[in-house]
Design a protein around this ligand. Structure first.
Ligand code: HEM
Length: 377
């Protein structure tokens, strides 16, 4: 650990102030020093971004444990499958994978289309607010057939969007209200059946917590991707075709991966690249750094969906993580994104004004607003 390069920090607080205030600048400074660098974040930490580091961190679940990761510091994400480690993780994922598989989700598509017909904007609008609202309603439809009270869902998800330390504060009353509503609807699904995600989840052990944490993992990640993608489409009309949407989403997720940093705890000592990493070290991977590495990507800062004409090199593109813990909601996110963006095909979409500066929080979003004008046909 002592042999690793480290960016500038403060004598006692280490890198914590910079981590809280300007994490992207800190990560970029570290990346310029080497493909593996050290940070002091209250505990010793290492950040890597090479494909080999990603493969090892995401592939070896016994060594790289989720239990002690950063997710445990954010109550919305601290539970269920997200924090479960081997050996329990694999069987829980196997159960959860069923309703979140592409085949199972296909039955939701028509319902989402009908809803999007009503959510389609007209005239000038802020893509970030629209994405926020659209994602909320689509998730409500997919999980609960639209029966979850929207103000409660909005209130439950709101703290995740606020600056630190707001997402880290416990909110027992709000969680109790959200959980009570999930419990009520789940009882109804068990008695009467249904075709939404909750009808599947309600049969699983720990379903209230799993529903709550997956909703929290779903909302801002999808919102931010949708907002960025609308902004890019407004600037690059040549990609606003049915075939263009998937490469645009992939390129959006490359440039601005909502999960810009992921963390694990080392369950044993590890040797990597000639460095000895001690047990208990916080091990971080960064899709943001990997996706912008000029050794892996030509013109990494350019928006160029055509680059996905060829598959990316192994472990160099990981907006949804990788290995056994690959994002549970990847197919759901693609479904929501494809359908929402398809609603903006045809007609005219133009950028008006906006602040697209990166705003890192729990997820990486735009500062906003991102005002665009849409005139449908
Ligand atoms: C564009 C949207 C999304 C992005 C970019 C994204 C990104 C990610 C990433 C990078 C991870 C891996 C974290 C790690 O291993 O350190 C992850 C895990 C996870 N995601 Fe997503 N996510 C998105 C949408 C969703 C949705 C819609 C859901 C709803 C089910 C969801 C639920 C989860 C869960 C439960 C995990 C933990 C899986 C496990 O540990 O087994 N995500 N996501």
């Amino acid at each position: 650990m002592d042999t690793l390069p480290r960016p500038s920090g403060q004598p006692y607080a280490g890198h914590l102030p910079r981590w809280a205030g300007e994490p992207l600048a800190l990560l970029e400074e570290g990346a310029a020093l080497g493909s593996l660098f050290a940070l002091s974040l209250g505990v010793p930490a290492v950040v890597g971004f090479s494909p080999e580091w990603n493969r090892q961190l995401l592939g070896d679940l016994d060594t790289f444990r989720s239990g002690g990761s950063f997710s445990r510091l954010v109550p919305h994400l601290a539970g269920g499958v997200i924090l479960l480690d081997a050996p329990g993780h694999r069987s829980r994922r196997a159960h959860l994978n069923v309703p979140f598989s592409a085949a199972s989700l296909a039955s939701l598509r028509e319902r989402l289309r009908v809803l999007l017909h009503h959510l389609r904007p007209e005239g000038e609008f802020d893509a970030l607010r629209w994405a926020d609202d659209t994602t909320l309603h689509l998730l409500n439809a997919a999980y609960f057939s639209g029966e979850f009270p929207v103000p409660l869902l909005r209130a439950f998800l709101a703290p995740l969007r606020r600056p630190f330390p707001a997402p880290m504060l416990p909110r027992p009353a709000l969680f109790a209200r959200a959980s009570a509503e999930i419990t009520r609807l789940a009882c109804r699904r068990r008695a009467e059946g249904g075709t939404d995600l909750l009808a599947h989840l309600a049969r699983l052990e720990g379903h209230v917590e799993e529903t709550r944490v997956t909703l929290a993992a779903a909302h801002d990640t999808t919102t931010h991707t949708l907002a960025w993608a609308v902004w890019h489409l407004a600037h690059h009309p040549e990609w606003r075709t049915r075939e263009g949407l998937r490469p645009v989403v992939r390129e959006t997720l490359r440039l601005t991966p909502p999960g810009f940093i992921g963390s694990r705890r080392l369950g044993r000592e590890v040797e990597f690249g000639g460095h000895r990493l001690t047990r208990g070290t916080l091990a971080l991977y960064s899709p943001y750094l990997t996706h912008r590495d000029p050794d892996l990507w030509a013109r990494p800062l350019a928006f160029d969906p055509a680059r996905f004409g060829r598959p990316p090199a192994a472990w160099s593109y990981l907006p949804f993580g990788g290995g056994e813990r690959t994002c549970l909601g990847m197919h759901l996110a693609h479904l929501l994104l494809d359908e929402s963006l398809s609603a903006l095909l045809g007609g005219e979409l133009k950028p008006v004004r906006g602040n697209a500066t990166l705003r890192p929080g729990v997820t990486l979003g735009p500062t906003g607003p991102l005002v665009v004008a849409y005139r449908g046909r």
